[in-house]
Structures are given as structure tokens and as C-alpha cells.
Design a binder for this molecule. Structure first.
Ligand code: DAH
Length: 339
């Protein structure tokens, strides 16, 4: 009897079942009233008295082990079944929320798209520049206030290396690298050491435009800018050029568009003037062409530069530039259907 019990102990330890029905069959085989273990208990009365203690103990161990093994098998199979019924393991854990395009990227692309339709290609340049590309080549005299510490971020106390304050520096790069005809726009980030407020930021974006060829005139500039303004702000948009000054253009102008909010009648966006300023422009100063290795006796050209934040704020009536840099999803999601 003792050997029989030991054999059964081994057998029971390695019981296996693939379904709950198989577990039930095992229970019946070992533990039911007519099962193997009950039969052993029935035989117990025939065990000689001196062995009763030892055999009784073994029988109880066998019964408990069998019970535990069968319960274990049942638990494993029924929790697996629950998983199959209650959960779809092929589903993603959480719905993935798609992000939205940033309004600055959307408007930057729209600007690029408009100019590409009239033959402009795109180039980019470095944000960390030397003084010559940002100021020197562009006719900024050494004492010009734009070079002042208050406007410009300098790198590692080396006054020759700056974070570019305008994308006009890419004009310098392109003009020194290639000969006309050049018809390009240069979008990118610019930096200025300004106090951050609703209207100004130390980081913003500009798009620069440059067209250099033989016989380029101010009339060409006006036509390109009128086309751009009407594409961007609507076919009724009018433009107005006011004389201005930039070191790298001569003559220079600032351009206003008729206020697209009030249609020119006067509102708080245009401060009741009917006009809003959107960019600076002019004919590239012959000195600048010569500085960059382009013969100003043969070629002429125009340039313009605008702030992308400004265009975006006007187009979508956003009144605080800081919103562009805070990445508040409530703000960004408003542009979901913009394009
Ligand atoms: N670089 C000027 C600025 O940052 C903008 C500008 C004005 C660019 C006139 C031009 C231009 O190309 O012709 O304020």
C-alpha cells in the first residue's frame, strides 16, 4: 500500500489538463466517492495496526496534494477563459490622439505655397551666424543699434557669433554662393533679446524674399507683394507702401494691407486707420550686391521680410504672441480644420 501511495503522489504532482472538462474528469478519477483515493481509504481498515499511523499520514498528504493540484488547474483555466471572454487583447490600450499642425507651420507652408506659384524656391540658413552675414554684408554700420547687446544674442561672449536677428542673413549666404537669377524665399527662426509680452517674443519666425536678375524694378516688387497679399488675405485686399529705411535696401518701404477685419472702415485691429502693417521691403542696396560678389552694374533686385507670427495673428485674430510657444493643446486644437 505504501508503494502504491508514493506512486500516486508522483502521478498527482504532474497532472495536466487542457480544459475545464478534463479537470473535472481528473477530480472524478481521484477524488470522487468511487475514485482511486476513496478506494485507498476503504482499504485502510486492512492495514496492520503498526503501519496505520504512517500510512494514514501518507494517505492524507495524497488527498490534500490531489485536491490542491486539481484546484490549481481549475483556477488557471478559468481565469484564462475569463480573459478570452472579457477582453479584446488585439485592441490598443488607449485610443491614440492625433496631434495637430502648429499654426506657425501651417502659415509658413501657405506663404511658401503662394510664392512657389510665382516661381520662388525655398532655402534655409543657419540660426547661429557670424556678424558679417547678419549685419556686415547687409550694410549695417558698426555702431548700428541692431548690433547692440539689447537686441542681439551673442554666443559664448564672442561678439562675432550671434543668433540671427533676421532671416536677411540667408540673403547674404545665397548671394555669396550663387549668381543671379535668384528668386527665393527663406523661412526660419530668428532671435531677439526682447522682453516677452503679448506683442513681442525673444524667438519668432520670419520669411525673407529675394529676387535678383537683370532689370528687376520696384514695380515687380509691388506686383509680387500684391499677389501675395490677395492670396493670403482675400481677393479684395489692397496694399499701400510707405517710405521707410532699412540699411540693406534703397529705396525701402513698409507695406500695409487694407484691414481684412473691418474691410478698411476702421476697427481695433487696425487702430481705426483701415490699414495694418505686415512687412518691410525694398530694392536691394547696390552695396549689398557688391559685398556679396554680385555685380550691381548688371543686376538689380528686391527683397522683403515678414514675421510669420504677425501674419498668423492677423489671419486668425490671435491677440497674444506667447500662445504660439506655450503649446497649450486647447489653442493648438483650434487649428485642426484650418487646412
Ligand atoms: N530684416 C528686416 C527685419 O527683420 C525685415 C526686412 C525689411 C527684410 C526689408 C527685407 C527687407 O528683406 O527688404 O525687420
Amino acid at each position: 500500500m505504501k508503494t502504491k501511495i508514493n506512486q500516486l503522489l508522483d502521478e498527482v504532482n504532474s497532472l495536466k489538463a487542457g480544459t475545464l472538462e478534463e479537470v473535472e474528469a481528473l477530480r472524478i478519477k481521484y477524488l470522487s466517492k468511487k475514485g482511486i483515493i476513496s478506494a485507498l481509504f476503504n482499504e485502510f481498515k486492512n492495514v496492520p495496526n503498526e503501519e496505520k499511523r504512517e500510512i494514514g499520514k501518507l494517505l492524507n498528504i495524497l488527498k490534500n496534494n490531489t485536491q490542491n493540484t486539481i484546484n490549481g488547474l481549475r483556477d488557471t483555466l478559468s481565469s484564462a477563459a475569463k480573459t478570452e471572454q472579457g477582453m479584446d487583447l488585439t485592441r490598443t490600450a488607449d485610443p491614440i490622439k492625433l496631434g495637430t499642425r502648429h499654426p506657425i507651420s501651417l502659415v509658413k507652408e501657405e506663404i511658401a505655397d503662394i510664392f512657389s506659384r510665382i516661381g520662388f524656391t525655398i532655402a534655409e540658413g543657419p540660426e547661429i551666424e557670424d556678424d558679417w552675414h547678419v549685419f556686415g554684408a547687409l550694410n549695417f554700420p558698426p555702431e548700428h543699434p541692431a548690433r547692440d547687446m539689447q537686441d542681439t544674442f551673442f554666443i559664448e561672449r564672442n561678439p562675432d557669433i550671434v543668433l540671427r536677428t533676421h532671416t536677411s542673413s540667408v540673403q547674404t549666404r545665397i548671394m555669396t554662393e550663387q549668381q543671379p537669377p535668384i528668386r527665393m524665399i527663406f523661412p526660419g527662426r530668428v532671435y531677439r533679446n526682447e522682453a516677452i509680452s503679448a506683442r513681442a517674443h525673444c524667438l519668432f519666425h520670419q520669411v525673407e524674399g529675394l529676387y535678383i536678375d537683370k532689370n528687376v524694378s520696384f514695380a515687380d516688387l509691388k506686383q509680387a507683394l500684391l499677389y501675395f497679399s490677395q492670396e493670403m488675405f482675400g481677393a479684395d485686399t489692397q496694399i499701400r507702401l510707405r517710405p521707410s529705411y532699412f540699411p540693406f535696401t534703397e529705396p525701402s518701404a513698409e507695406m500695409d494691407i487694407s484691414c481684412h477685419i473691418c474691410g478698411g472702415k476702421g476697427c481695433n485691429i487696425c487702430k481705426n486707420t483701415g490699414w495694418v502693417e505686415i512687412l518691410g521691403c525694398g530694392m536691394v542696396d547696390p552695396n549689398v550686391l557688391d559685398n556679396c560678389g554680385i555685380d550691381s552694374k548688371i543686376y538689380s533686385g528686391y527683397a522683403f521680410g515678414m514675421g510669420i507670427e504677425r501674419i498668423t495673428m492677423l489671419k486668425y485674430q490671435i491677440n497674444d504672441i506667447r500662445l504660439f510657444f506655450e503649446n497649450d493643446v486647447r489653442f493648438l486644437e483650434e487649428f485642426k480644420s484650418a487646412y
